[in-house]
Design a binder for this molecule. Sequence first.
Ligand code: NAP
Length: 243
Amino acid sequence: MVTGGGRGIGAATARLAAARGHRVCINYLNDSVSAQAVVDGIRAAGGTAIAVRADVSRADGARRLFETVDERLGTLTGLVNNAGTLEKQCRLDELDEDRLARIWAANITGPFLCAGEAVRRMSTRYGGRGGAIVNVSSAASRLGSPNEYVDYAASKGALDSMTRGLALEVAGEGIRVNAVRPGLIHTGIHALGGEPGRVDRVAPGLPMGRGGQPEEVAESILFLLSPASSYSTGAFVDIAGGR
Ligand code: NAP
């Protein structure tokens, strides 16, 4: 299950997961055209994929999403908590209550709800066969995103805390929980902040001198989903070109 799998990092992750032999559920919120294009590409390459529209920040949306996977793809083995959002760049003293509620809902409540659905299916405590959860956090959780979106950065800080706490909660139940923290990656998310060219603006000042590609993040996510990382839990992989 890749939440927010229709575009950007989620789409690259869904494609790589399918190429590695996984049956993939691509969740999305609004952009059905992009999600269907990812599904079509996977099917054309001989893989199995479905696209499911659901707002994962709502309990009923998350529940229905996972029930669809139960019915159409079978036993859940992995969750990538990738869906996330940000809003227009501004200072903290310009943030209002409604925006904070939206950011917390999408970036914190959503991953919590989906992780809960996944644990109830994968944990040996509930008769499951184990599995892996990968949270898509951000370098913002340690940088704070001053003058851009401290709310977004703080929501990823919450996701980092959840990664540690949940990892320890279910370490003895066959589930590993890890996170990736991408830096500046070429996707459409920066347009939401009002600066579509943000990666190119900042790139020259980065240690590696360039932004990252979604596929470079997907590789680490697939590593954390796979048995190749069988002794890693509660861990973080920074994918930020040294930032
Ligand atoms: P993106 O291209 O904007 O894609 C975001 C995806 O999330 C879209 O598929 C969107 O659905 C989906 N989504 C948003 N809210 C949702 C909700 N409530 N329920 C279901 N789906 C929802 O963004 P991206 O850059 O690939 O970001 C993916 C993750 O990486 C995010 O968690 C982001 O915070 C994180 N990240 C990105 C960067 C970067 O530089 N790009 C850096 C660090 C971390 P629709 O397609 O239907 O709109």
